[in-house]
Write a protein that binds this ligand. Structure first.
Ligand SMILES: Nc1ncnc2c1ncn2[C@@H]1O[C@H](COP(=O)(O)OP(=O)(O)OP(=O)(O)O)[C@@H](O)[C@H]1O
Ligand SMILES: [Mg+2]
Length: 465
């Protein structure tokens, strides 16, 4: 707080009904543990405006500090009921619940707070939430051995449980960033012909001709892991895959995955898969899947193991549960993926997504040029000058060139369109971001190339044929 109590007091004397000032004053009093004055300030605001969420939160804090925990909980629950999108109330309630030993509920509520407002994350609280419960239901599950059967059993229990407490299950509740039917298709992705063909062979045809596969008693399913340097179109091609077959697209990014970690929320994981199953054909995309699948044994021993087990058992799917659900994962760090994730039926197929070649870059350049004022552009020339550039790097070149031209435009007051020369010049000033990736990848590919996992990388680097 940058104002001293005295300054605020003076200000309030001048303007006794000023709600923002009263709130500041109330908070400052709280910090000084001056509970009586804090209470008076918050009450005054509430009397003027009973819906003032900040004041009501303040009141809840006051009673909590007075040791009246249950009153504080009731106040916060009421506040949430009346103003359900006021995230700070959830955080505060979660804090009280966790110190009251109600960790499960505290996690759920904290998760909701972050869905409403990511900026409210609180590392101290997170730590408390992720601590292992000394007793209780968590442990029973944790004691079971990881694996298909154990998790399968758990899965059944979980869905039975859910029948008693149906949850919304809507994409919004799950905080999904992306749930739609994408309009882009393979045609909107420049180059990447090999990757497109592999996706067709590995997941599109099997989905379209599932009877054929059934006739040969071959299972359709499992997932495809896309890996490669940043900015080369993994996310883009996943979305385009859904568009290509007019399927729904559900994307889980880093944030949603982390939210589940924090909430230790295997239930949400189950619901995401259910949502995909109910909306089949559907592409279920785990972006930056290493956040979930990272080979960190210490984590797998801890509370987060439930989430991993849940994910694996959802992927394994009982019988034909996952029919029509294509599971894609993307990562920059395939070497950190726990091998358990690559077993048959899981991410058992891997695709290397290399930086675009010259032709692909030309295609990307054409796409990007559509959105800028251009006098003349020879995409071929620029493509030649952008060796090793990713799609994102090409985008950066356009941004750099635009900045430069804007500077001139501001001086002259005229719109100066971009041309090939500006772009080539900008390309010279940008270092491709794929190099650093290949430096690490080369080591893994050369020294940890179990069963030829990295052969595509080695081929790309010209180290094998
Ligand atoms: N083949 C392509 N065709 C058209 N645009 C592309 C292509 N590849 C990349 N881009 C452009 O680069 C941007 C970054 O691509 P994308 O987000 O798909 O990369 P990524 O491989 O998922 O990267 P990261 O590993 O950082 O998540 C895209 O939004 C798009 O503008
Ligand atoms: Mg991506």
């Amino acid at each position: 707080m940058s104002f001293s109590l005295d300054t605020l007091k003076l200000a309030i004397e001048q303007s006794p009904d000023n709600a923002p000032l009263l709130l500041l004053y109330g908070k400052a009093c709280l910090e000084e543990l001056n509970l009586n004055d804090a209470r008076d300030a918050f009450l005054k605001v509430i009397r003027g405006d009973p819906t003032n969420a900040n004041a009501r939160l303040g009141m809840a804090e006051v009673v909590q500090m007075e040791g009246k925990t249950s009153e504080a909980i009731v106040r916060l629950e009421q506040l949430i009921e009346e103003i359900p999108d006021y995230a700070p109330a959830y955080v505060q309630l979660s804090r009280i619940l966790v110190s009251d030993g109600e960790r499960e509920r505290a996690r759920d509520i904290y998760e909701k707070a972050l869905i409403l407002n990511k900026n409210l994350s609180d590392s101290t609280l997170e730590k408390e939430l992720s601590e292992v419960t000394p007793s209780g239901s968590d442990d029973k599950i944790r004691d079971k051995k990881a694996g298909v059967t154990a998790s399968g059993e758990y899965l059944q229990k979980d869905s039975a449980d859910e029948d008693n407490h149906p949850r919304g299950g809507a994409a919004y509740d799950l905080g999904l960033s992306d749930f739609d039917r994408p309009k882009i298709s393979f045609a909107d992705v420049g180059g990447m012909d090999a990757v497109k063909e592999e996706i067709r062979m590995k997941i599109i045809y099997p989905l379209q001709h599932s009877e054929l596969f059934k006739a040969y008693d071959k299972k359709v399913g499992g997932g495809v892991l896309l890996y490669g340097p940043p900015g080369c179109g993994k996310t883009l091609i996943s979305k385009a895959t859904a568009g290509e077959i007019k399927a729904n697209f559900i994307s889980l990014g880093l944030h949603q995955i982390l939210d589940m970690w924090i909430g230790n929320s295997e239930k949400n994981m189950h619901e995401v898969f259910q949502l995909a199953r109910q909306n089949a054909p559907c592409v279920l995309f785990f972006d930056e899947v290493d956040a979930l699948a990272a080979d960190r044994r210490d984590l797998r021993q801890s509370a987060g193991r439930n989430l991993i087990n849940q994910f694996l058992s959802e992927m394994d799917g009982a019988e034909s549960e996952n029919d029509g659900v294509l599971i894609l994962g993307a990562t920059n760090a395939p070497w950190h993926i726990d091998p358990a994730f690559r077993r048959p039926g899981r991410f058992d197929r891997t695709l290397f997504v290399p930086p675009p070649d010259e032709e692909a870059r030309a295609a990307i350049i054409e796409v990007m040029a559509r959105k800028k004022p251009i006098s003349e552009l020879d995409a071929r020339v620029l493509a030649k000058k952008t060796d090793n550039f990713s799609g994102a790097d090409v985008k950066a070149v356009f941004d750099l060139a635009t900045e430069q031209v804007l500077n001139e435009a501001m001086k002259t007051g005229k719109v100066v369109p971009l041309n090939t020369k500006d772009l080539v010049k900008a390309a010279g000033r940008h270092k491709p971001t794929t190099r650093a990736w290949f430096e690490s990848a080369r080591n893994y590919a050369m020294y940890a190339n179990q069963s030829g996992f990295y052969d595509d990388v080695l081929k790309y680097l010209g180290l094998i044929k």
